[in-house]
Structure formats: C-alpha cells, structure tokens
Write a protein that binds this ligand. Structure first.
Ligand code: UD1
Length: 446
C-alpha cells in the first residue's frame, strides 16, 4: 500500500471558497447539547455513487434515469457540469434523468471542479466516448492536495495521450482506447472508477489490479453492466473488462449511503440513544458496526435496515482506517468524536487521508483531549464536552462536529455548515425528528 504523506482530506473542496457577509455560505448550525437521539431515520442513495453514475451516463447517447437520488448540494453541482457538457438534466424528488447528446462537450471548468472533486469522474467517460477531455485539476484545498497520477497513468496505459496545461488535464485518444493491464499503487476509488468507465469502451480486454472494492465502485460497475458493459470481478481487487463498441442508456437505483447510515449509528451510540436506520445496509458497515458493538452498542437488524441502541457511556475503541472492507476514512471523525467522550483511551490511525485530522483542533476547542502524532491520534475520553463555536472543514468533519455538539454541555455553533449539506440530505430535519435541539442560523458570528 502507498504510504501517507502525499494526500489530504476528502470532501473538503469547497473550503477554498471565501465566506462573505450575507452569503448562504455563512450559515451555521446551532446545537444545544444533551439530547438522547431516539427514533427513526431514512437513508437514501449514496453521494459517492450517484455522482459517478451521473458522470458515467455520458457513455451512452439518450436518456439515463437514476433513482434513489439524495437531495444534496453535490448532485446539483454534477447536474450543472453535465448541463455545460450539453446534457439535459431533469431533477425531481429522488430522481434524476440525464439526456446525453450524440456529441457532448469535453471541458469541465475549474469553477465546478474546485467545488467538487468528483467532477473529475467525467474524465474517463469523455475520453472513452468522444476521444478527448479537458478537466480542471482540482488543486489544493485548505488541508492539502490529492493526486491524479493513478488516473493519468492508467489512461495512458489505455492508449490515451495526457498532459497538464494551464491547470487542466488534457487527454485525447483520437483513435480510441485499447485494453491494457493496469496495477494501481493504491486501491484508489476515483482512479478505479475513471479507468473502469474508460475501459468499458476500449478495444480488447483491460485488467485493473489492486482495484478499489468499495460498494460504490460495485454499484458503478453494475450500472455499467446494465448499459451493456462486460465486467467481471466487481467487489474483488481484480477487475476484468471486455470492451464493447457502444453502450446504451439505462435506469438504475443508487445503493444506500453507508456513510450516512454509519453516521446515524455513531450518533445513536454517542448520545446513548436508540435509532432505527431504514434503508441502511449493515453488510456494507461490518467493521464499523462490530466496533460499535465493542463500544457497548446493541446492533440488531430490522426488516429494511438496522437499529443501534446504547444504554451506557461508550467504551473507547481503537480504529485504523483502510480501503474497503476496512474501517472507512469517511467515518473517522465520528469515531474520534465517540472516543472523545468514551470511557478509556484510544488510538485512531488514519491510513488514507492525512489531512483528516485537521478537524481535531476544533474538537479540542470543545474540551476533547487528543494528541495527534503523524497519522495517529491518541484520545483520552472525558465525561462531557463543552459547547463552543467551531468550524466544519469538510462534509464528514462537519457531521462529526454536530455529533460532538450533541454530547457537549451548552451551545455549540458549527460554522460553514454548507459542507454538511453537500453530503447529508435533510440533516437538520432528521436530527430534530430524533429529538435534537438543532437549528440553522445565518449572518455574522458574534
Ligand atoms: C473517494 C471518496 C471519499 C473517500 C475516499 C476513500 C468520492 C467522491 N469520494 O475519494 O469520500 O474518503 O474515496 O474511500 O467518492 N491518490 C493518489 N493518486 C491518485 C489517486 C489517489 O495519490 O491518482 C491517493 C489520495 O491522495 C489518497 C488515496 O490515494 O491518499 C485514496 O484516494 P481515493 O481512493 O482516490 O479517494 P477519492 O476517490 O478522491
């Protein structure tokens, strides 16, 4: 596995956007701590799948329809990107349909890519389908940069010419792509997806070794198969793709969001609550749920999901994040927050994105006792945190800080809550329904 040090946190690409007075971006969440979360939530489609499915729709002219679409800001950004590429995007509750023209555009502009890194998922489909793509480099963010080298090297192996110019990746394959054997240095989710969506239209067979096995990659593969692609090995480290000359539009239902479901599971455990998570797939969360059980939670399956109940103060739990099926890095802020109020000491090791520890400074403002050393965080649990103003640095850190506010004494203000809206549909409303005292506020922080 590739060592840390070249990478940074996920999902924080909007953090480069400056706040300005009166902007919706200056919204915050106000949390009065102390509630025990009890009730039911509904989990909808996964952000990290739907965005890739929308990009992959470019592979076939005609109208592709995606169901179980979450109501989150990032879907609007991808819709805007596809519209600029000449697609007609229609959205209604839980559904998006994408009309793809015979000759889509080939350029993804910086203003959108910097807002949402998943924009780079149009790279593979565009090169495969029309033989050219210009996609802005996502660039740095508040806490570092994330490479695209695996994406580029893989496309080159498939016969594309690719280089960086004026802040864009410019890739072309005027005579089409051809199958190749590619071994990824690290099972990168984004690189696996870009190469998979390129290889489906390449001539001959492509083998991607050390491929990502995340459920969202499997969902993308299944979506491509319904479009006519020939893919074997989904969910294993070796994908074998037999290229086909063309694909056709499809209808597909997005898999449930395991990170949102996992966030609710941690919320139940942390607040000594009892939450039934409809639509959550426990099989996608085996290690997190096992860890919550060792923290003292009672996890049971239900007809359409699972339920997490906690009756006492959680016991601390050691975690190391890893690619799937390991503990997901996107739930790392939740596990650090749980440990911050747990009984005992814990070590959390981040193996995927080093910048993910940046939010720890915010937790320390709430009274958490945490020492970070390289990619390890040592946490000594305290009985209760103490409410204060803090700032979200990315989607998952934002959600983690809201959970921290729930187990804090007094009022916690989570500034820059637009990050949370990028990934959590109706977060405030669902929290309120579970009994939390959470409201939105906007304007200057006093
Ligand atoms: C996706 C998810 C993100 C999740 C992450 C890991 C989306 C929109 N985002 O991000 O929520 O936390 O998977 O599960 O789906 N890397 C390189 N070179 C590359 C590609 C990646 O060095 O060409 C490094 C990255 O810097 C990082 C590691 O590989 O250290 C993993 O990144 P990757 O799996 O690609 O994450 P994303 O697809 O960006």
């Amino acid at each position: 596995m590739r060592p840390l040090g070249i990478c940074a946190a996920a999902d924080q690409s909007l953090s480069v956007v400056k706040l300005w007075k009166g902007s919706p971006l200056s919204e915050r969440l106000r949390i009065v701590g102390g509630a025990r979360l009890v009730g039911e939530v509904q989990v909808t489609g996964a952000k990290n799948s739907v965005l890739k499915l929308m990009a992959a729709a470019l592979l076939a002219p005609g109208t592709t329809t995606i169901q179980n679409v979450p109501d989150i800001a990032d879907v609007s950004i991808m819709a805007e990107l596809l519209t600029r590429l000449g697609c007609t995007v229609h959205r209604e509750a839980g559904l998006v349909s994408i009309g793809v023209p015979a000759q889509p555009g080939h350029r993804a502009d910086y203003d959108l890519v910097r807002k949402m890194r998943a924009s780079i998922n149009v790279l593979g489909p565009l090169v495969a389908r029309i033989g050219e793509a210009e996609v802005a480099l996502p660039g740095g963010d508040a806490i570092g940069s994330r490479g695209l080298d695996f994406h580029i090297k893989g496309l080159e192996a498939l016969g594309a010419e690719a280089h960086n110019e004026h802040g864009y990746v410019i890739a072309s394959a005027p005579n089409g792509l051809r199958g190749a054997e590619i071994t990824l240095d690290f099972p990168s989710v984004g690189a696996t997806e870009n190469l998979l969506t390129a290889a489906v239209l390449a001539q001959g067979t492509t083998i991607i070794d050390n491929a990502a096995r995340e459920p969202e990659v499997v969902d993308l593969g299944e979506f491509l198969i319904t479009m006519g692609a020939e893919i074997k090995g989904l969910g294993t480290p070796t994908l074998v793709i037999q290229g086909v000359p063309r694909l056709h539009p499809t209808i597909h239902t997005v898999l449930p969001d395991r990170i949102v479901a996992g966030t609710w599971a941690f919320a139940a455990a942390m607040t000594r609550g009892d939450i039934t998570i409809h639509g959550g797939r426990a099989s996608d969360l085996e290690i997190p749920l096992e860890k919550l059980t060792s923290a003292g939670a009672i996890v049971t399956s239900t007809v359409d999901g699972f339920r997490v109940r906690m009756d006492s103060r959680p016991q601390s739990i050691d975690i190391a994040t890893l690619p799937y099926p390991g503990f997901p890095t996107d739930l790392q802020p939740m596990v650090i927050t749980l440990n911050a109020i747990a009984d005992g000491n814990a070590i959390v090791t981040e193996n995927v994105f080093e910048g993910r520890f940046m939010f720890v400074n915010e937790l320390i403002r709430l009274g958490a006792q945490i020492n970070v050393d390289g990619h390890h965080a040592a946490i000594h649990g305290v009985e209760q945190l103490s409410g204060a103003p803090v700032a979200a640095t990315d989607i998952r850190a934002g959600a983690g800080l809201v959970l921290a506010g729930l187990v804090s004494d007094g009022i916690t203000l989570v500034e820059d809550s637009f990050h949370i809206d990028r990934g959590y549909p109706n977060f405030v409303e669902q929290l309120q329904a579970l009994g939390a005292d959470v409201t939105r506020e906007s304007g200057d922080l006093r």
